[in-house]
Each structure stands twice: as C-alpha cells, then as structure tokens.
Unconditional design. Structure first.
Length: 154
C-alpha cells in the first residue's frame, strides 16, 4: 500500500485499512454538484434505475450530503488523527490549482521522499497536473476517461 492513493467515498461505511500510516485529504464540494455526480455514478456506472424524477433525487442527495458531511469528517479525523488530515475545496483544485497544491505541500510535504527539489518547484509540478475544466459536474465519468487516457499513454 505504500505510496498509493485511494478514493474513499463513504468513510463511515468503508474505513481505510487498520495498522497503516496514511494521510487523508477531504474534498469539500458544492452540495448540488456533488449530488449530481453521485446520481450520475449510481445510474451510469451502477445501472441503478431512479425511483422518481432526477431533479427530486438530486435534491434528496443534496440534503443527505449536508447532513452527513460533519459525521464523515469526524470519522476521518478519528481514524487518521488531525495532523494527518487536510481538506480542500474541489472547486479550488480545478480553478486555482497552484493554491491547492501549496496547501497540500504545506500539510503533507514533510512526508515527501523528494529531497532534491525545492518545495516551490514541486508545487508548480503538482499544479501543472490538473486537467483544466469547469468545476461543474463533468458530462462523462472522469475517472474512467482518465484511466483510458493513461492506458493509451502506457
């Protein structure tokens, strides 16, 4: 598991493996955009049929996200400890990647094994990896699109 990342969408139900030293990055996102993304994943990726109009389902997901966020954040802080947790706004990563990269470096840079570069150089490289797009809900499944792009490069 060393040096790897994983996306954990529901920390209350699926906790990171016990006994590992890990860092957690919590991404806050506009509740409406998050709900749109969740509904898209349920319908497009999982094939689940909506029980009602999409607009109503999105509104329900939005309310659920508002209620669940404090508990989810408390869970990850309990699991990893405050010093191993950071949070960013999803929209900031997309719209201001240099600020987001600086924040990540400030919090997690002390764990880096990269010693031959200056922190500013690393932050610039991190920010340059962001795929510019709108922070609104992506029309496709971004994760799958990125995986297919990586396979083409490899």
């Amino acid at each position: 598991f060393s040096g790897r990342a994983m996306k954990l969408r529901d920390p209350q139900r699926h906790r990171p493996p016990a006994g590992l030293d890990f860092r957690i990055l919590w991404l806050d996102r506009d509740f409406h955009q998050q709900a749109l993304s969740q509904v898209k994943l349920l319908t497009d990726l999982s094939g689940i049929k909506l029980n009602g109009p999409k607009k109503v389902i999105v509104k329900r997901m939005e309310r659920l996200n508002i209620l669940e966020r404090p508990r989810a954040i408390a869970t990850i802080r309990t699991v990893a400890g405050d010093k191993n947790c950071a949070s960013l706004f999803f929209e900031q990563i997309i719209n201001a990647p240099h600020i987001a990269a600086k924040r990540l470096w400030d919090v997690f840079g002390r764990y880096s094994t990269i010693k031959d570069e200056l922190p500013d150089e690393i932050v610039l490289r991190m920010a340059s990896l962001i795929k510019f797009r709108s922070s609104d809900n992506y029309p496709g499944l971004l994760e799958l699109d990125l995986v297919s792009q990586c396979k083409k490069v490899a």
